[in-house]
Write a protein that binds this ligand. Sequence first.
Ligand code: FEO
Length: 404
Amino acid sequence: MSVVEIKPNIYWVGVIDWGVRDFHGYVTQNGTTYNNYLIKDEQITLVDTVKHDYDMATVENIKSIVDPSQITNLIINHIEPDHASALGTVMQQMPNATIYITERGKKGLDRHYDTSKWTFKIVKNNDTLNIGKYNLVFLETPMLHWPDSMVTYVKEAKLLISQDAFGQHLASASRFDDDFLAYHSQYELDDAVIDYYANILMPFGKLIKTKIEDIVKLGIEIDMIAPDHGIIWRKDPGKILQMYLDMANSKANPGVAIIYDTMWHSTELMTIPLMQGIKDTGVDCKVIKLRSTPMSVAIKEFWKARGCLIGTPTINNVMFPSIAEFLYHLAGLRPRDRIMGAFGSFGWGGGAVKEAYEKFKQMGLETVEPGIQALYKPSAEDEKKCYEFGKQFAERMKGYNAQF
Ligand code: FEO
């Protein structure tokens, strides 16, 4: 992929990873990109590197613009290996560059590399660096995505280089939103944003809201947002800012996701009248079988809907393992402002539905109780109860959703 000039003398020098499908356990069905940026000013400045598999690819991109040994500054916005693990190779090409990084970034980098021969300048919130025509402003964004994280604002270009924030795991030949949307739907792009937010940033909603408000208070003009993954926002950067604010404010579709697994199809049979009851209440419903669906997709579908019904058979008096894994993973993402219910079949002692509700309450989520259980296989009477529970759940979801 050729380099792309995204602003005068500011270039995308990143790489497209079309093939990655496992991003530390997150299933990246559409691949990803590792974006980094070169600013050709009086002091030539590189912002971020890429994943180590592509270290020479970015070096070759840089060489197509400048001699890397002439690079004066390297800004490390985020030390996670998908952005910093090419650092060793890149620094061999530009050994005299000064690395600008947060204090926590430096500490993290020291754990990953032999940094003893590199020159560092520790930066704090609102520190600036003049590199010639351009002034760079560093804004710390701790926990978005790691404690070290910051973003770099290129003042005269009105460009926010935002590392993980506003990114998407989306490999594409297009670099910009308007170009991508010439070939793809808005839904496809929005879905990639939501997928990324749900799986990576869900725990940090309150921080995201505060940080966006802080940036707005600074009164800086932003006419382009360049994240470290996926599409660059130049057509409408306000749209992605608003999407993030909406997600941070727990905006969700007034719908229900039924996420279930099944042993001998009994719990699966219960999803049919449940879905019908929800639909007959005028509420959209999506049914997701967990063992047929990547975990990250199920997390995204959970996040998109205000309501979620979890279907789990009882096995050995506890939840089905895939459902237990899903709820364990979900708890780590610290979900907020969702309403939950549970259902499932059992043979003798039961226990899974009760355990699911315990997990919902541990997560601080709203519940509609007591859920529905069916002995062995749902009878006609059980199916009627499922239908009614579906209607009851959908009505409760609508009422709960009205407060957001
Ligand atoms: Fe794309 Fe937190 O790294």
